[in-house]
Design a protein. Structure first.
Length: 777
């Protein structure tokens, strides 16, 4: 900020280091400088610049003090931390002191009020009416023009409101601005017509009373235009405030009446009274109207205390636990007290100095209303954007299904932060306007600029980091989407998932360091400490480090991917989750296992490149092996025509007799299949083999026992004593006759067991039937 003057450079204001002799010697030379200072103070513009320069100079350390200069060096990050609490403490002390001083001056305010009321007896009504009479015609024309134009503009506003119903936040803001411009144009046009009538009435230029009225009309109606744009009593689609139609009309009615009463009194009636009567009469008029407006405002606040409180606490009562709902609930409890204190404070400020106080109050009120209107507009737009969320095009949602959810998880939080920034800016601006603080000078200083730059830089870093995360996550999501582009392989799915996890962790660490560095914290000790902590963790968590290293080599060797069927540590299942240190398996019965890589000694992957189904078919010893081989090949040919045939890679590889077991001859063959399909192929093949065995009479043996009596040295077996009685044949459910004969001959196709020496079948007993499923197939 350019410096206009300082305490040392202002002529006539020298520092305390000079001696009395030097002051006397330079008395004559200082006299012209004092005259220059008086001229500076008499001019409003130069006086304002001088005050701003002095305030800015108050934040700079004296150049001659080395210790203070070192403490105030902007290169030290701790300066921000030391300066901000000190400023807050100073403002708090000043605020409390101002309140105490105001309380002590209450008797003086009462005496001042009585003195102002004493002038009511000097009001000269005939002279006042005579002065107001020339205004009647102008006022009639102006208000007729205003009301006529507003009646005509209803159709335009109705169309704007209808279009705003289907528009977004920015479109609605555009329609609101358009409506405000139209209302402002109507006011200016009415004011211009009034000036034209006043000029024609007087012949040259408007008289004093007419000029007062027209200026008051323009200012008051423009304020009401801003109020109407904020409340929109007749057009809910253009309304920024969360008011119902009844509430909007109610508040606009009373607030516009207060603006009209105060505005026309201080800008028109009081000057006319002073001109036609006395200064005391004008002061009495202003006091009566101001005090009456204060009582009216307090009455409105108390009357609507409960309504506003319930409105602000509604979200909290409906279960909203957010910080915003909590703030609204707290404000709902105390808003009426704050509003009454603000109204009384305005009255007291005006009462202290009715002449300068009126200008100060009017200017500060106008700036405050403008700041609140603009801030409320921005806050309302942000609130609506938060409520509506982010809506992406349908095509983009198909390509990136999770992008909209991620955006709605970040954008509302960013808009909430911006909302608090808007509130903070509005509050600080209003406090500066009412001379309750001096944040403007603090932000203009080196400390304030650095502090603000640090916060803005940290916020930008976080926003950029989130944008990078969203971009990388969306790209990974797009690559993993099988509906667009090439279908990702299991290897791609695994590596992209691991990359997303590692990238997220790295991004969080890097951004945290950058944010800490941006706000002025030295991260070098943090990095050194992190190294020591990492070394300690490395010694104390060797298993964790081993998990990561082993998992990294497993991924480098491409030992398994998501979706593979593997066996780890005796557990077989589908790989559902792969991280840098563990793998999650889902077994066939639904059990989920989490296995750290450090405990994995070997990996058996059943889904690599291709697979084999090994078919071991056990038959009775008396069956012809060639017939069994032919049946197995025929079963494979039929398998190729089923729905699992597409999973076969090569033909049937017949190996032949693989084992001569205790009760069966095992014939082995092998089929190459696609990885992961060998189990389904095997089940289908076994079903066909079972059916063909029954059709062709090839026995699949079941457990049975043969009794052997042994032989003597001569090779003769001892005789067996048999009773020659007819045996009772048990009832046996005959199987369906075979449709085709076995190539082995005319043997019985429905037998269930072995035969006697003369060829008669031996029927199975209950034990044999129960254990018949134990044969190999």
């Amino acid at each position: 900020m350019p410096q206009i003057a300082s305490a040392q450079s202002i002529p006539g204001l020298t520092g305390g280091s000079g001696t009395a002799a030097e002051g006397e010697a330079n008395a004559d030379a200082a006299q012209p400088s004092m005259d220059e200072l008086i001229k500076i103070l008499e001019n409003d513009e130069t006086r304002k610049k001088l005050v701003e320069s002095l305030k800015a100079a108050a934040y700079r350390a004296p150049a001659g003090d080395g210790s203070q200069a070192a403490a105030a060096s902007p290169d030290e990050p701790g300066e921000i931390v030391r300066s901000l609490p000190g400023r807050v403490a100073e403002y708090t002390r000043m605020f409390i002191g101002a309140i105490a001083e105001t309380v002590q001056q209450v008797p003086q305010y009462v005496d001042r009020s009585l003195d102002m009321l004493a002038g009511a007896g000097s009001i000269d009504l005939p002279n006042i009416l005579q002065a107001i009479l020339p205004v009647a015609l102008v006022a009639l024309v102006v208000f007729a023009m205003l009301f006529g134009a507003r009646f005509a503009e209803r159709g335009i506003f109705r169309r704007l409101s209808e279009r705003a119903e289907h528009a977004g936040p920015l479109g609605k803001l555009g329609y609101l601005i358009a409506s405000g411009v139209i209302e402002a144009f109507v006011v200016v046009a009415s004011w211009a017509c009034g000036y034209l009538v006043a000029t024609l009435y007087s012949g040259t230029r408007p008289v004093f009373s007419q000029a007062l009225f027209l200026n008051a009309f323009l200012l008051i109606e423009m304020i009401k235009v801003g109020l109407s744009a904020f409340v929109a009593p007749n057009y809910p689609s253009l309304r920024l405030t969360p008011f119902s139609n009844r509430q909007a009309s109610y508040w606009y009615f009373w607030l516009s009446r207060l603006v009209s009463i105060l505005g026309y009194t201080f800008l028109f009636v009081a000057p006319i009274v002073q001109w036609a009567s006395t200064q005391a009469a004008a002061a009495a008029t202003e006091f009566i109207v101001a005090f009456g407006s204060l009582c009216l405002a307090i009455g409105l606040i108390l009357k609507n205390r409960g309504v506003v409180r319930e409105r602000l606490k509604r979200a909290r009562k409906h279960g909203d636990k957010s910080f915003r709902a909590l703030v609204h609930s707290v404000i709902g409890q105390i808003w009426w007290a704050l509003a009454i204190l603000a109204a009384i404070a305005l009255f007291v400020v005006w009462l202290q100095s009715p002449d300068d106080g009126l200008t100060f109050v009017a200017t500060a009120t106008g700036k405050s209303i403008a700041a609140m209107a603009l801030g409320g507009l921005v806050f309302s737009v942000l609130a609506r954007m938060i409520a509506h969320g982010v809506k992406l095009p349908q095509e983009l949602k198909y390509r990136l299904p999770l992008l909209e959810r991620r955006l709605n998880g970040f954008v509302p939080k960013l808009l909430t932060v911006l909302s608090f920034v808007v509130v903070f800016v509005v509050v600080t601006y209003i406090m500066d306007t009412w001379a309750l603080s001096d944040f403007r000078s603090w932000f203009a200083s080196a400390i304030g600029q650095r502090y603000a730059a640090s916060l803005i830089g940290a916020l930008l870093i976080v926003v950029i980091a989130v944008a990078i995360y969203l971009g990388v996550s969306s790209w990974i999501e797009y690559r993993l989407n099988p509906n667009y582009g090439s279908v990702p392989t299991a290897r791609e799915r695994t590596l992209l998932s691991l990359f997303r996890n590692a990238f997220t962790i790295t991004l969080v660490v890097v951004i945290s360091m950058l944010v800490l560095s941006q706000i002025g914290i030295d991260i070098a000790p943090l990095l050194a400490g992190a190294g020591v902590v990492g070394l300690a963790i490395g010694f104390g968590a060797q298993k964790f480090v081993q998990d990561i290293i082993t998992g990294a080599f497993i991924q480098i060797q491409n030992a398994m991917n998501e979706g593979d069927v593997v066996e780890l540590n005796g557990v077989s299942g589908v790989v559902e989750q792969l991280t840098v240190r563990s793998v999650g398996l889902r077994t066939v019965d639904g059990t989920w296992y989490l296995i750290p890589f450090s405990s994995v000694d070997q990996v058996a992957n059943f889904s690599k490149d291709f697979a084999y189904y090994v078919a071991d078919v056990g038959v009775a010893y008396r069956e012809n092996v060639e017939d069994v081989k032919a049946m197995m090949i025929d079963a494979f040919e039929e398998l190729k025509t089923t729905n699992v045939g597409e999973n076969l890679i090569s033909g049937f590889d017949m190996w032949g007799v693989n084992e001569l077991g205790d009760s069966a001859v095992v014939v082995r063959g092998r089929v190459m299949t696609k990885p992961g399909t060998q189990w389904g192929v095997g089940r289908a093949y076994r079903e066909i083999v079972k059916r063909m065995s029954d059709e062709r009479g090839i026995e699949i043996p079941f457990p049975h026992m043969t009794v052997w009596f042994g032989e003597d040295r001569g090779g003769k077996a001892p005789p067996i004593r048999l009773r020659n009685e007819p045996a009772q044949k048990p009832k046996i459910v005959e199987a369906e006759p075979a449709k085709a004969k076995s190539p082995a001959g005319d043997r019985d196709m429905t037998r269930h067991g072995t035969t006697e020496a003369d060829g008669r079948p031996i029927p199975p007993d209950a034990t044999d039937i129960d254990s018949a499923g134990g044969g190999r197939g």
